[in-house]
Design a protein around this ligand. Sequence first.
Ligand SMILES: CC(=O)N[C@H]1[C@@H](OP(=O)(O)O)O[C@H](CO)[C@@H](O)[C@@H]1O
Ligand SMILES: [Mg+2]
Length: 556
Amino acid sequence: MHPRMRVEMDTELQHADAYPVPSGITMEYGTAGFRAPACNLPHVMYRMGLLAVLRARYTRGVIGVMVTASHNPEEDNGVKLMEGLGDMLSVSWEKHATSLASAQLGELRTQLSALLRDCPGSESSSPVQKYHVLIGQDTRASSKVLAQAVSDGVTDLGGTFKDFGLVTTPQLHYLVASHNSDGLMGEPSLDGYYRKLSEAYKALMAQAKPQPKIEGSYPLTMDGANGVGAPKMVELLSYLKSSLAVKIINNGESGKLNHECGADYVKIGRRAPKGLQMLEGRIYCSLDGDADRLLYYFVDKSGTFHLVDGDKISTLMAIFIQHLLKEAQLPFQVSVLQTAYANGSSTRYLKDTLQLQVYCLPTGVKYLHTKAKECDIGVYFEANGHGTVLFGKRVLDKVAEVMQDSSKPETQRAAATQLYHTSQLINQAVGDALSDLLAVEAMLSLLDLSLPQLYALYTDIPSRLLKVKVIDRQQITTTDAERSVTHPEGLQAAIEERVHHHLQARAFVRPSGTEDMVRVYAESKTQESADCLAHEVALLVHRLAGGVGEEPRATT
Ligand SMILES: CC(=O)N[C@H]1[C@@H](OP(=O)(O)O)O[C@H](CO)[C@@H](O)[C@@H]1O
Ligand SMILES: [Mg+2]
């Protein structure tokens, strides 16, 4: 056995001294791991390197460590861990991540020993384990040094790692999944990722009607948020050759990451990235800084901006799959998983018009992904554009059976074949903007549906999202998938009383898992009424839940 394979009280942590905990800094492993100003993170990264080795030994598989702060400003950074078939770090280990992240130098060994005691098996590796940890990073200036801190942590516990350098977050999820499934999910390399996606896309598009080409122009323009998604899209396009043309803007060559561009900017402001002159008849989309969110948009004749958000993308995917299941005569259920932020119109359309099973879950992909795994086919998207479609094994087995059954009619087999390619195209590990982009393009073509037609399937109820700063946001607790407040007392009744004053309205509040804020969401019949309700609820939060500073002002 390697001399440092065992972690005991006397394990030498060679690099620990280089990563002291800055005074006054404590952090919690939240909805998307740790996020903070980059200068406050080296010690967290080193400790997550240590934790990843223990988790890798415990699970007998590789763990992914992604250095990114997604759509946050360039000055921030963050880290999230992934495992198994690309899933987020198990919720049961989040508490270990939180306590280790703040462990002072003197406490580190004690904490590691306690973890070993509580999680037997984490002290030694599986004999076949090639790597314990796969590391990836986004394009932030701070990412390189922080990724180095992760690898210092890994080697200090005698672990091995492979650093993939610049990758999108979903690419690292894919790499973890493919390593841990012995290649069943695809070849464990970026080349394997691009081949899998491009082959599935080309196979699907082989059945689509050829689109009219506009000479010298691109039907699709992609805003890369000046992040890692832009260079990775260039790589993907080289595999797709002439089967997809995309013009990439905000590719990171000059602009600042997520600054006045990217999916978050577009979603919150319901406007185009700065500097983009939109033309009628063209299609646009935006990624976020680590390329796990995707939104589409266009302008109509009058120049009005229209957003096709995560709710509408999930509607498209559900329609497409429901249609193929019918053609293939496969009696499986499509379920759509949403959070409370999904627009009420989308929920109604999915339930009443498409007759689909719809679930509402707490915010955070980990909840949606876990539920989706229980479904035959689980389509999940957050309104902000993060999502994917999971196909259950039972479904895939049946799809394969129909595809190969020459006694079945050609249309039935063709539909099963398309379902198979769709399952290969859509990232099964996590929401992936690049994979979702190809899926949206293929589905629109195959359904012969334009983006404005998708947009017009239902009309969004006007909504407003606000933030309120309070002394301690954890004092606010919620139930019913975060749609109802249980504490502080009186807040829920006061919100309901306000909601009754507005037509077709709903509102809820919850503490953010990624920012020190309470989020307020309201929907109502008119934009004016939604804005007014959101403001009224924000005032209630400020008054009843310990608001900091001045009372929130009306937004209009
Ligand atoms: C309203 C909203 O968009 N919330 C986002 C945001 O979470 P909060 O817990 O609301 O801060 O960041 C999460 C991670 O990216 C994402 O999963 C979630 O959808
Ligand atoms: Mg992201």
